[in-house]
Design a protein around this ligand. Structure first.
Ligand code: GAP
Length: 449
């Protein structure tokens, strides 16, 4: 990473803490490595990412239904899925300092004793690579024994396969159709890092789309395009997005083809989402292992078959991080630095700031009333009467609030407010009775500058 890119990441991490997006977890006890909590603005950002995903993947489609499956499933799930034997990273140990690194990510790793050095640059010698399983183990019940072992799920997908027949029977939906789920997954990542990009606990938004095998290629193309466009629709710069087909030797054990949607982070191109062809691997394996027939029976053709699966698998935290990085800008405005997050209004944690110009002449009361009306109309609002108006605008710019409404003399005499736009800093005069419609229109027609 260049020094500019390192500085950019540091600025984003600092803004996230200062303004309440992301905090280091367990901070009062010295933290816990690469684990984060989401503050008042961060939780709103995550919620908006999840809502946008759920809207696009479930509510706006008639061929996808939702699910919320358990995090801890019968451990046979993970034996059958191949995760117990195959979900591992190649690890090496430094014989000098005993630190452990991912053999395939040595360039991203640093010696814990000399942080400017990569492994071996400090003179340490590395062991041969060994497979290290990424699943977190736990025990069910009071006694710890080999029969009480269970795993925290490393992906949400398996809960969907386990419920395939339940969903078919309860909804009478038929292929091509999908089951979508958002939830936490856990991986004992050995080289986490780059802030919330790779953590041990994270949220996934996954959808398994079950298709007749002959339709596999068509739906693979469909989902690659759909998912790429979803990120563009959230306002992310398309010039910093790309699609990359996996080489054969990179494919997960269940996949015959995977296309990563990648973003150009300050630390280089990185995976934002994977769209994978999982074929009938999972349904077939679970059928064989459980003895329950998970084939689909088509009453029209009288055919019984295992559908193939196309899986778009997104990371909610990674999408939120991408939105933050992509939205961040420092502008020189009349010799001063203006920090702005150019969030799409759909994902901005606060949509409208409401301010009385001064703390007198009835303006605070009028502003509070307007804020209440907007809040009841389900705008996410923030009321602020402290400091000079320019400073209040800047505070909202820094957290990505797209619109600020100022109650001034015109409001008191003519019921007209000033709407200030975050990106252009332009101002419009709007009648109070038209404010809600004006804001809805501005949200709907927002375009990335
Ligand atoms: N079911 C398929 C699957 O889990 P994956 O590529 O391993 O595929 C999907 O994960 C997405 O989950 C990734 O593209 C990424 O956005 C997110 N993700 C995976 N591991 C993560 C981690 N350790 N921290 C944050 N997000 C992660």
């Amino acid at each position: 990473m260049s020094s500019n890119d390192t500085a950019l990441m540091e600025k984003i991490v600092s803004l996230c803490k200062r303004r309440g997006f992301v905090f280091p977890a367990s901070e009062i006890y010295g933290g816990i490595s690469n684990t984060y909590d989401y503050g008042p603005l961060g939780v709103e950002l995550l919620r908006r990412v999840k809502n946008a995903w759920w809207n696009a993947m479930v509510l706006e489609r008639s061929d996808i239904v939702g699910l919320d499956s358990a995090i801890i499933q019968n451990p046979k799930t993970w034996e059958t899925s191949g995760h117990v034997s195959g979900f591992s990273d190649p690890m090496v140990d430094c014989k000098k300092c005993k630190a452990r690194f991912r053999a395939d990510k040595l360039d991203d790793s640093r010696c814990p004793e000399r942080s400017s050095k990569k492994p071996t640059e400090c003179g340490g010698e590395l062991t041969e690579p060994r497979a290290f399983n990424l699943m977190f183990k736990t025990n069910i019940g009071a006694a710890e024994s080999s029969s009480s072992v269970a795993y925290l799920r490393p992906e949400t997908a398996q809960g969907i396969f386990l419920n395939f027949q339940n969903v078919l029977n309860s909804t009478r939906i038929k292929p091509p159709f999908g089951i979508a789920q958002i939830g936490k997954s856990f991986r004992n990542e050995i080289t986490p890092g780059n802030f919330v990009f790779r953590t041990r606990e994270f949220e996934q938004a996954e959808m398994e789309f079950f298709v007749p095998p002959a339709e596999n290629d068509r739906w693979y193309e469909h989902w690659k395009t759909e998912r790429f466009n979803w990120y563009v629709g959230l306002g992310i710069d398309p010039a910093k997005l790309r699609q990359r087909e996996h080489d054969k030797d990179e494919l997960a054990h269940y996949s015959t083809g995977t296309n990563d949607i990648e973003y150009l982070y300050p630390f280089g191109w990185g995976e934002l989402e994977g769209v994978a062809c999982r074929t009938d691997f999972d349904l077939k394996r679970h059928s064989e292992a459980s003895g329950v027939d998970l084939r689909f029976f088509d009453p029209e053709t009288k055919e019984r078959y295992f559908p193939y699966v196309i899986e778009p698998a997104a990371g909610v935290n990674r999408a939120a991080l991408t939105l933050l990085i992509d939205a961040f800008e420092e502008q020189d405005v009349e010799g001063e630095v203006r920090t702005v997050l150019h969030f799409h209004p759909q994902v901005a944690p606060i949509t409208v700031g409401v301010f009385p110009l001064v703390k007198k002449e009835g303006m605070p009361e009028k502003a509070a009333e307007i804020e209440r009306v907007l809040r009841r109309a389900h705008f996410s609002t923030f009321y602020d009467e402290k400091a000079a108006i320019g400073r209040r605008y800047r505070r909202q710019d820094e957290i990505g609030t797209p619109f600020c409404v100022t109650i001034d003399g015109d409001t008191m005499s003519q019921d007209i407010v000033t709407v200030r736009h975050r990106d252009s800093m332009k101002q419009d005069k709007v009648a109070v009775k038209e404010l809600e419609a004006f804001l809805r229109d501005a949200i709907g027609s927002w375009k990335r500058a």
